[in-house]
Write a protein that binds this ligand. Structure first.
Ligand SMILES: [Zn+2]
Length: 59
């Protein structure tokens, strides 16, 4: 899978993790993550960064 794929989905995944998506689009992201290991690992990475940032903000 290519750069365009990653770029397209990474924006959606970030919005999904930030809970900015409506139910329809959140569902689409979820079912994509189930099928696409590349986006799944990108999502995990982003979730990790988000947690680290949250810790920084709270300290
Ligand atoms: Zn994907």
């Amino acid at each position: 899978m290519g750069v365009v794929h990653r770029y397209r989905w990474s924006m959606l995944v970030e919005q999904w993790l930030d809970q900015e998506l409506d139910d329809d689009r959140a569902e689409r992201v979820l079912s994509h993550l189930e099928r696409c290991s590349e986006c799944r690992s990108a999502a995990e990475e982003y979730a990790c960064i988000k947690r680290a940032l949250a810790r920084l903000e709270n300290s």
